[in-house]
Design a protein around this ligand. Sequence first.
Ligand SMILES: [Zn+2]
Length: 459
Amino acid sequence: MGKTDRLYQLSPLWLQNGMVSLYGAWWHWLRFGGDYSRYTKEIRQREFFTGSQWQEFQQAKLIDLLRLCVDDVPYYKNNWSQLQKESALIGDLTKLPLLEKKALRGFEPSFLRRGSGGLFKQTFYTSGTTGTPISTTFTLSELRESLAVREVRSANWAEVSFTQPRATFSGRMVEPDSEEKQHVYRYNAAEKQVYFSAFHLSPNTAHSYVEALKKYKVVWLTGYAVSYYLLARYILEQQIEVPPLKAIITTSEKLTEQMRSIMEKAYRCKVYEEYSTVESALFASECEHGRLHVSPDIGIVEILRPDGTPCAPGEVGEVVTTCLFRSYQPLIRFRLGDLAAWDPEPCPCGRQMPVIKEVVGRIEDVVTGPDGRQLVRFHGIFVDQPNIIEGQIIQESLRNFRVKVICTKNFSESDVVEIKKRMTQRLGSDVDINVEQVEIIPRTAAGKFKAVISNLKND
Ligand SMILES: [Zn+2]
């Protein structure tokens, strides 16, 4: 815990709100100052580029970026072979090696290009699954560009904007006391933003979240998909009256069709999905037709087979991205650990930006059957199970599975039978499944929900 965090936690509520607002004022300047409005204008202008305009744009950016890597970034200078450097100089990405997350961990400075990068650089951390966070550093301009794309292609596509009051569910620990039920949010006046705690959401606290929406006249919601989904369930069950909202833009966690429909019913507005990473290594957002468009000016996205060749349209593969707008700490062919597929159907919105059919999950969330078959989308077993509020599958060994469920009072033995039936349909009958009813399902350190956990590597 940092000194600032400790000070925050020891402060009374009024001072905590003051600190949040002061931090907000500073953050507001970082975000909206300098080149921000120029970036939003340019991003908007590129939106209806033709396919060949995008190609030209990307290739020009890529050649500049790769040249910089060869000349000025120690990691690439030291690790790429002569042949790879020659490919880099002509902008041939396919000959370059994939970059593992573990290559970055602990060696982040060797990815920084020579030179200071200017004042007020911002460093962010990803929690990761192995415990050691990876840091990523943005220059001030890069930070502003990453936010500008969010404003134009996420908020504006959903017909809302950063200037309107919004609420955010994130891993930010707004309430240090885990037993405290009343103050489950904090308000940042400078940004007109309510920070919701993902750690305190329960049937008993649901009304406090909705009250905050009314109190601060919140227009749209953004952040963790599962938290908004759970709040939606409580709203429907307890018939809590929700003020009119314009949109919800979910991030960080997978949004299933079932979650989307329950959320649209509870909040009575459209739900949009955003797919990005802490590094802003790629950016994808949903247009008015509900298609997930990749922003080609943010990164070159590849979806690859295990042998490194590109997947055919519709074929699920690993997402690898080259971040084009960040040249201070370049990430070239970065393995995100996500699985996705391209959608070849053109979008009626007319934008020539590639469409991702579905982000099916994380590689680490793959479940393996006793016969070696590998299954993604496993959380699908909870679809159309009205008595299950939240479910998690834990693979303990090749044959042993635990299923944790939070249920409604109507949950019965027949639901357990249904869960087991669906699992054996996918895995074969040679498995042992234990269904446990629980009160809560713990989140990761960043407050995220994991639908599938595989402990197989420890087996
Ligand atoms: Zn579209």
